[in-house]
Design a protein around this ligand. Structure first.
Ligand SMILES: *[C@@H]1O[C@H](CO)[C@@H](O)[C@H](O)[C@H]1NC(C)=O
Length: 263
């Protein structure tokens, strides 16, 4: 028994050392967990090719290139939260109509776009994305995995879930010599970004401001400097450190991947 306790303690200490070596977690137990199932509705936009869903208000650009593919959704204003909803992940099931596929299959989508309100149509007769409605305007291929698209709109149950991503957070760099604009992609866990800092070549940390969608900006001369970022999850408050993500030779238009990600 003493041996077991001692070995457990060794394991605990080892885990603590590993975590501190990784330098990743600054908030204990900040792991994002699935939320409650909640009723809403879903429609779709674009066609089977999903070409119209590429781009979008979050700024992820080509969704195949950025890894999100066609399992994506445009969120109503209420869920989009001025862009802080970008990158969040949801499970949806069509429920309660004959247009739902048998067994109510669960689909998983990432928020990549805003479904804007249209105040000239009532929110219960076409203005589906008008506040305060929670609404999912899905890429058509995603909608077609759970319901017959001829239905147009279907009732769903949805819940926010942790985002499963492979590899580290990606930083897509834009801007110019005096203005750095960073699109943050491939964010695991809660999937969202609520705060961000940049450090150029060992300089101090500079807080970035939220631009729009999933982008953050710094008005500073960072050209020719190695870039490190700190990223804080909007939902959990956890902060990860992505040290030396982009080399001093970084270029606008390129995407750099960190070794770290949220849990
Ligand atoms: C809002 O809905 C009306 C009626 O369907 C339509 O004519 C108009 O183009 C829509 N406006 C926007 C901004 O989508």
């Amino acid at each position: 028994m003493a041996a077991a306790a001692s070995s457990m303690m060794t394991t605990t200490i080892l885990a603590a050392i590993l975590i501190s070596l990784a330098g990743v977690a600054t908030t204990a137990d900040a792991k994002f967990r699935a939320m409650q199932w909640t009723p809403a509705h879903a429609t779709f936009y674009g066609d089977e090719t999903a070409s119209e869903t590429m781009g979008g208000a979050c700024g992820y650009g080509d969704l195949y290139a950025s890894g999100y593919g066609t399992d994506t959704a445009a969120l109503s204003t209420t869920l989009f939260r001025d862009g802080y909803g970008c990158g969040t992940c949801y499970q949806l099931r069509c429920v309660g109509t004959s247009s739902c596929y048998r067994g109510s299959p669960v689909i998983t989508v990432t928020a990549t776009n805003l479904c804007p309100p249209n105040w000239s149509i009532p929110s219960d007769a076409g203005g589906w994305c008008n506040p305060p409605r929670s609404h999912f305007d899905l890429a058509k291929p995603a909608f077609m995995k759970m319901a017959d698209w001829h239905a147009g709109i279907v009732p769903v149950m949805y819940r926010r879930v942790p985002c499963v991503r492979s590899g580290g957070v990606r930083f897509s760099l834009q801007g110019n010599g005096y203005w750095l604009l960073v699109y943050v992609m491939n964010v695991a866990g809660a999937g969202d970004v609520g705060d961000m800092w940049v450090s150029g070549g060992g300089q101090g940390w500079m807080r970035m401001s939220h631009n729009w969608g999933a982008s953050y900006q710094a008005f500073a001369q960072l050209g020719g400097r190695e870039l490190s970022f700190k990223v804080t999850s909007y939902t959990t408050g956890e902060t990860i450190l992505a040290a030396g993500v982009a080399p001093a030779s970084w270029c606008v238009g390129l995407t750099y991947q960190a070794r770290v990600n949220f849990r």
